[in-house]
Design a protein around this ligand. Sequence first.
Ligand code: ZN
Length: 413
Amino acid sequence: MVAEIARMTTLKGNRVLFLVHRRELIDQIKKTFKEIGVNNALVNFGMVQTVVRHLQTIKKPQLIITDENHHGLAASYRKIYEYYSDVPRLGFTATPIRLNGSGLGDVNDVLIEGVSAKWLIENHRLAPYEYYAPRLIDTAELKKASTGDFTKKSMDKAVKNTIYGDVLKHYKTLADGEQAIAYCHSIEASKHTANIFNQAGYKAAHIDAKTPKDERSEIIESFRKHEIKILCNVDLIGEGFDVPDCSTVIMLRPTQSLSLYIQQSMRGMRYRPDKTSIIIDHVGNVNRFGLPDMDREWSLDTKKKTKTDSDVSVVQCAFCFGAYERPKGENICPYCGELQPIEERKSELEIDESAELMKVGETKITLNFENNKYYNMTEDEASTIEDLYAIARVKGFKPGWAYMAAKRKGMLI
Ligand SMILES: [Zn+2]
């Protein structure tokens, strides 16, 4: 869409100033523009920080396009906008919201909403997804910083070293062998995650902003070739960062930023026929924001808030960790088919906490079950439904597996 608008502008001989906030985005965009037929000679691709220092010398544009417009409130952007106050502007973003949840009305007059994420999935522009939320961290430890997101110190506390074995286990159960991106809360945590996977025989690598350019390209190339299965980072693989297709996202970075949440959770949803993205949220982000493709009310107005905790209508399966929108009537998990226990009227967040605690407890027990007879029993050897549920329990499979196995074996009518 951006390229087409730039193409039509340059077709009329008009100049475009295209603002980005990260240098590495420029080459990608130039290439796309060229493919679409934009006259790049009339486009000034500029890093905001550079443009703001050369306002007197660059040629005046007839249109300013801002990529990732939710950054557009920084002083440098405002200075450019004020300098060209008579030049029309267009801003693009997938998340028209600031970190603190307020709108972008002070640098935009009109908000035009595009199609929804649900529409994109239904029309095969995004891959459908399954969302699992086996929470492994203590969210009670999380403290907000003045920036609006959680402090590193509190994330360190919440994400304790003991969780990593379970991170591996959930990947094996839910997305074994899939190309995955893991989002961690710190560089140490990211390196640690990569180590855990490597030790278990899954080739993994860590990258951060300081990884030398050549090394980073090499790692990304290996990820493209599926030689590396798990790519660990902090917030590096975010907006505009070009990484090869993957199907799985592992979230180990709790956030208060809806924008970051949407970017990270939807990373594996690039469309490919027959692909289903698997999202494994270990940090309770779904409880803060709902599912990635939920309809949200966006607004430029600072007063109107977008959806918050209190109106998130997501429930979590007590059996398989699957997260889904609360259905009307009987509550059956769409992932494993289990009928959910009837809940007392408590807030959804509380319910999720208790279900989660139970699950974490079970997981720990499971790890000591290796000598259990069910651990060595195969599906063929199981003679009752109870056997199958016991196998699922000790091996950490979803109960849905037992249900399906029972069906396969003709135990269910
Ligand atoms: Zn389920």
